[in-house]
Design a protein. Structure first.
Length: 313
């Protein structure tokens, strides 16, 4: 079995084992209500993971994603209150895209490692969220609250929520972007070897800015979903979710060193983490131990990636 085949089949097998184990251990896991809830639980981290996967493949990290999420959610609520729901939704996406682009520009111009630069920018964005709201929770207003929460409504497709369909759409679009476009091929090239990519005429900096912009757009959508669910937004919402998104990306098999990976891998990683959380709830296990399990999974995924790379070299 090749290294690629081992990585592919390994994560699919892990999902299959979890599904079978939970199906046998509980009577409610395969119920339609739980499956719909399972998909809905994966939406926010899944959206972040789509953007994070693009960044990791490109060889950069975006530790500001959850802060961008919070600012975008706040902007969505404030604009909705003044200009209506469509304008609020659009404002969240635009805000996420602009902040993501700003992150990329700062990283490429400062030449500071993206891990450190986006960590600093996350503090800046959180501060911006505090300035905008004054530290308070913001609401869209009673007259527009119901329509603002439409993303969390069930649809005619078996009760699957609109936000779940949004995740599927974003995953498909980003997958096609990476697999079928010139930009996608350049993302892999830059992540695999930025020097070789530059020598071949690829604008490394512009590709990296583009990766951050996509991450920002995904974070803006994730913030919109969170705000729609709660009918409000606040400066500390979504804290540290970017780490969960990175974990899902790595667990799914995207190389932490860049140049290798796929959106579907990130989605499988999100599914594994969601299944673990769902299993803890259904089985009544102490959720205190959940981070331990997730941490061991991340360590195992990185170790496997390192071993496979070493075997190929």
């Amino acid at each position: 079995m090749t290294a690629r085949s081992l990585r592919d089949h390994g994560i699919v097998l892990a999902v299959a084992v979890l599904v079978v184990a939970l199906s046998l251990a509980t009577d409610t896991f395969l119920s339609p209500g739980n499956l719909v809830n399972l998909l809905d639980q994966a939406v926010v981290v899944g959206l972040l993971a789509c953007g994070m996967t693009v960044c990791v493949i490109c060889g950069v990290f975006d530790l500001s994603a959850s802060a961008v999420l919070a600012v975008s959610a706040i902007v969505a609520v404030l604009v909705t209150e003044r200009a209506g729901v469509p304008a609020g939704y659009a404002a969240a996406v635009v805000t996420g895209g602009l902040l993501g682009t700003l992150n990329g520009v700062v990283v490429v111009l400062s030449r500071v490692h993206s891990f450190i630069a986006t960590l600093a920018l996350s503090i800046v964005h959180r501060g911006l969220a505090l300035v905008i709201t004054g530290g308070a929770i913001v609401y869209p207003g009673a007259a527009r609250l119901e329509s603002f929460q439409s993303l969390s409504w069930p649809t005619v497709l078996g009760g699957i929520t609109a936000s779940s369909l949004l995740l599927v759409t974003v995953a498909v679009v980003t997958s096609l972007l990476l697999a079928r476009t010139t930009f996608g091929r350049r993302v892999y090239a830059v992540g695999g070897n930025p020097t070789a990519a530059w020598l071949s005429g690829i604008g490394v900096r512009s590709v990296q800015v583009g990766a951050f912009a996509i991450s920002g757009l995904c974070a803006g959508l994730a913030g919109l979903v969170l705000a729609a669910r709660g009918g409000s937004a606040q400066p500390d919402m979504g804290t540290l979710l970017e780490l969960t998104a990175i974990a899902a990306t790595v667990i799914g098999g995207t190389s932490i060193l860049g140049g290798q990976g796929a959106i579907w891998r990130g989605m499988v990683g999100v599914l594994i983490l969601t299944l673990i959380g769902n299993g803890f709830n259904l089985l009544g296990w102490n959720s205190t131990y959940r981070p331990v399990v997730e941490g061991l999974l991340i360590l195992a995924a990185v170790s496997v990636d390192h071993a496979l790379r070493a075997r190929r070299s």
